[in-house]
Design a binder for this molecule. Structure first.
Ligand SMILES: Nc1ncnc2c1ncn2[C@@H]1O[C@H](COP(=O)(O)OP(=O)(O)OP(=O)(O)O)[C@@H](O)[C@H]1O
Ligand SMILES: [Mg+2]
Length: 260
């Protein structure tokens, strides 16, 4: 509870208000991951599916953007690159990001560019002329952007990289290409280090994947969140008339809900 309160207090008030209007509290994954992102510490978060890893990665990014907006106003330029192994997941995440942006009333200030092989020429031109703050893409599309000077300059202010489903890139050619792109991003940043966030539901071995995410001789925090699903324990006795649980059919589930 104390950790939850401390984290809530640490968030920008606008973000905090939006979050607690929409959710009852932080998930364990968020409690572990957000403080690292807030202090720009690279982290590999492994946590069960449906445990809120997306916001665990993005809350700290929103906080940083809000503070920048408040202090000097937000200039154009990518601050956060989100990488997904699948185009379909990238589309989902782009939609998920629009929720908090609209919820905080930041549609005019915060822009997202979804970049895949399907991105239209007009969207590409728009991004070239006025880069967005979020770039939601795949490693392959990022590699293409990094190879072009006109886009590379848009990426020079990237502070955060979120690699979703990190395990899917480990030990394969896509992963090797991803490592190179992350190093190129880091080079564009110069001395300022890039905060790398790896998300996965099935990562192992964790220390090796952490090194894969951040590269050699860099620190990566490893965080493992626990399962938070509510467990219901029923006890059945063989001496009762109805000793064994019957399968719950939709009709029985409906009747049970009506009784409750
Ligand atoms: N703090 C929270 N409290 C309740 N629900 C939350 C919280 N944070 C996120 N959620 C919701 O939980 C659902 C699952 O979140 P999310 O997609 O981020 O999970 P995930 O851990 O990335 O799962 P997967 O491993 O399948 O990708 C979403 O509907 C999201 O809105
Ligand atoms: Mg996810």
């Amino acid at each position: 509870m104390q950790k939850e309160q401390a984290l809530a207090e640490r968030l920008h008030p606008r973000l905090r208000d939006w979050f607690f209007t929409n959710f009852p509290g932080f998930t364990h994954a968020q409690l572990l991951c957000v403080p690292s992102v807030l202090k720009r510490e690279s982290i590999l978060l492994t946590s069960p599916t449906g445990s809120g890893k997306t916001l665990a990665g993005f809350l700290g990014v929103f906080d940083s953007l809000l503070r920048e907006l408040e202090s000097n106003g937000l200039k154009p330029g990518v601050r956060c690159v989100y990488l997904s192994p699948l185009r379909a997941l990238a589309y989902d995440i782009e939609k998920n990001l629009r929720g908090p942006i609209a919820g905080m009333g930041l549609e005019k200030e915060l822009r997202i560019h979804l970049r895949t092989g399907d991105t239209t020429a007009s969207e590409r031109t728009k991004f070239r002329n006025q880069p967005s703050h979020f770039l939601v893409t795949t490693p392959e599309s990022l590699a293409i952007l990094l190879a072009q000077q006109s886009y590379a300059q848009h990426l020079a202010h990237t502070e955060f990289v979120i690699v979703d489903e990190l395990h899917s890139f480990a030990g394969n050619k896509r992963g090797a290409d991803l490592s190179i792109s992350l190093e190129r991003l880091q080079m564009l940043r110069g001395k300022n280090s890039l905060c790398r966030v790896g998300l996965s539901a099935t990562a192992a071995p964790l220390d090796l994947l952490g090194q894969f995410l951040v590269g050699k001789n860099r620190h990566c925090r490893i965080a493992e969140a626990r399962i938070e699903k509510e467990q219901i324990v029923d006890v059945f006795s063989p001496i009762r008339r109805d000793p064994y649980p019957r399968p719950v059919t939709p009709a029985r589930a409906f009747m049970r809900n009506c009784r409750n």
